[in-house]
Design a protein around this ligand. Structure first.
Ligand SMILES: O=C(O)CCC(=O)C(=O)O
Ligand SMILES: [Fe+2]
Length: 149
C-alpha cells in the first residue's frame, strides 16, 4: 500500500487543531459544542471565543473582504484542541454560485482615489485555490490582492 506523505504542518503546535486561516466565501456559520477552541486574531493577539449555547457563530469570509474592497476584513482564526474534552464543530461556508466572478463592488472603486484592491476571480477558482493549499493565514487573499507598484 502506498504511504501518504503530508507536507509539514506550518504551526506544529497546532498539529491537532486547525491552523490559522480565513475562510473562502461570504460568511461561515459555525455550530460548536460547549468545548471552546476557536480563537480569532485581534490586535496582534489570539482571543478565545467562548461558545454561546444554541447559537451560530458567523465569520466574515474572504469574499466579503474582496466585495467591500477591503472595508470589511475576513477574520483570521484557528481552532485549538485539548487533551481533556471532545470538541465538535461544524463549519458551513456560504458563497455565491460557483461561476460568479467576485470582485470589489463597482460603486466602491469608481474613482482613482479608490482603486480595486483585489482582482476579479471566479468563486470556483478561488475555492479550488484555497482547498488545494495548506491553510496558511490569509495567503490566498494575498494572491488576488493588487500589488501597489
Ligand atoms: O472548529 C472551529 O471552530 C473552526 C472551523 C473552521 O474554522 C473551518 O472549518 O473553517
Ligand atoms: Fe475557518
Amino acid at each position: 500500500m502506498a504511504a501518504n506523505f503530508y507536507p509539514p504542518c506550518p504551526q506544529p503546535e497546532l498539529a491537532m487543531g486547525l491552523p490559522a486561516h480565513s475562510d473562502h466565501g461570504l460568511l461561515t456559520l459555525l455550530i460548536q459544542n460547549q468545548i471552546g477552541g476557536l480563537q480569532v486574531r485581534h490586535n496582534g493577539k489570539w482571543i478565545n471565543i467562548d461558545p454561546i449555547p444554541n447559537s451560530f457563530l458567523t465569520n466574515i469570509g474572504d469574499h466579503i473582504e474582496i466585495l467591500s474592497n477591503g472595508k470589511y476584513k475576513s477574520v483570521l482564526h484557528r481552532a485549538v484542541v485539548n487533551n481533556r474534552d471532545v470538541r465538535i464543530s461544524i463549519a458551513m461556508p456560504h458563497g455565491p454560485a460557483l461561476d460568479t466572478v467576485v470582485s470589489p463592488a463597482s460603486k466602491l472603486v469608481e474613482d482613482e482615489r479608490n482603486p480595486p484592491e483585489y482582482r476579479a476571480m471566479k468563486y470556483r477558482e478561488y475555492l479550488e485555490l484555497q482547498q488545494g493549499s495548506m491553510l496558511n493565514g490569509k495567503s490566498c487573499l494575498e494572491i488576488v490582492r493588487n500589488k501597489v507598484i
